[in-house]
Design a protein around this ligand. Structure first.
Ligand code: KG4
Length: 366
């Protein structure tokens, strides 16, 4: 079965051709990140317009690069929730138009289910059941994947998503948007023990997480340092970076000289993030009886988080699945893969298919 897949939930326009779920014939991705960088985050209206402008040509590329013709397409899978509503609507309407023209079914796919399925593409041997932690720009979820389409939430962030937190910290450190990869790089040169940051616990909900306190702690450290720098400086509104750097000293644990305090703050932040995630996932795997653990979403690209999960899985003899970097972020291949399993489970949308800005990964609304 050949599925043409469409992903437009945020600022990446992606289309793919997948055969029988896991075989990727082509996957094209056009990232708008540069266009949104100057605003410090995604501007929904700009994202929708760019999806509309690019998706037709990108689809022609995907079909050509897959070595097929439109006649070979058996179904069209599309991300219909959750995401930016205008951006989703571009993809959903494009998919419905294509499906109608080709007289094939349209398959609605939940974006987070797609992230989980990225692991099926990377690991042909992987089959449910397993535990999956999905850490992306918009979601942080620990999910019990009982079957391809039977997924239940074990824990989730009560506030910010992990990726959102990385992006905010990157912004405050002047690293631009999206900042997860830049924090990852900056952290490499830092001392991860230099700053003590909060690890919130939600009483009675051992697998739930909270990241906003961690984010605020980092923001406060940098703001305090900036304000001190302003007082010590010449009164200009541009704070001297060297003084911010110097003032960060006041919030760290030791007075030992450090090569770069911003790098140590980034490394301490990433360590804390990992310390929030890893023990919860390992405990959930034990409680729900899973010997397989999978990571998914853009933050699963993080070097420290990947390394910590690898160590923890080895220590507890669990099999760990981590998608390659190109399958961690948003892409249409994962939507085509999950679309195959949704179709096999009887999921089909008609021409009335709508898009939804929010939707639990457990729920299917048609
Ligand atoms: O999965 P994704 O592409 O989009 C959503 O579905 O939300 O994830 C994007 C997020 C962004 O917040 C980005 O900063 C973060 O993933 N990210 C990273 C890294 N690479 C991307 N976070 C930490 N470390 C990285 N290496």
């Amino acid at each position: 079965m050949v599925i043409f897949a469409v992903e437009t939930s945020c600022d990446e326009t992606s289309v793919a051709v997948m055969r029988n779920g896991r075989e990727q014939l082509s996957c094209e991705l056009y990232s708008q990140a540069d266009m949104h960088a100057m605003y410090g985050g995604v501007v929904p209206e700009i994202a929708s317009r760019n999806h509309a402008a690019i998706i037709g040509r990108l689809s022609d590329f995907a079909i050509k690069n897959a070595g097929i013709t439109k006649k070979d397409i058996d179904a069209v899978a599309v991300t219909y929730a959750p995401g930016l509503i205008g951006a989703l609507l571009v993809g959903v309407n494009f998919a419905k138009g294509l499906a109608m023209a080709l007289d094939v079914p349209v398959i609605p796919v939940h974006h987070i289910r797609g992230h989980i399925a990225a692991n099926y593409i990377a690991y042909p041997e992987l089959e449910p059941p397993f535990l999956c932690v999905i850490i992306s720009g918009g979601n942080s979820i620990i999910a019990d994947v009982r079957d391809y389409t039977d997924i239940s939430i074990v824990g989730r962030s009560r506030d910010d998503a992990a990726g959102e937190c990385f992006d905010k910290v990157a912004r405050i450190l002047g690293l631009g948007y999206p900042g997860g990869a830049a924090i990852d790089k900056l952290s490499q040169g830092g001392d991860d023990t230099l700053f003590d940051l909060p690890h919130p616990v939600i009483e009675g909900f051992p697998y739930d997480m909270s990241f906003s306190g961690l984010k605020t702690a980092v923001v406060n450290i940098v703001h305090n340092a900036s304000q001190k720098a302003a007082r010590q400086g010449d009164g200009s509104s541009v704070f001297p970076a060297s003084q911010i750097e110097q003032n960060l000293c006041n919030d760290r644990k030791t007075d030992e000289p450090s090569p770069c305090l911003a790098a140590s703050l980034a490394a301490s932040f990433t360590r804390t993030m990992s310390e929030i995630l890893v023990p919860r996932v390992m405990a959930a795997a034990a409680e729900f009886g899973h010997d397989k653990i999978a990571l998914a979403g853009g933050v699963a690209a993080n070097t420290r988080i990947r390394a910590d999960f690898t160590k923890a899985a080895e220590a507890e003899s669990k099999k760990l699945f981590i998608p390659p970097l190109n399958l961690c972020g948003d892409n249409a291949a994962m939507i085509g893969c999950q679309g195959f399993y949704e179709y096999k489970a009887g999921v089909q949308g008609g021409m009335e298919l709508d898009a939804y800005a929010t939707m639990d990964v457990e729920i299917r609304v048609l």
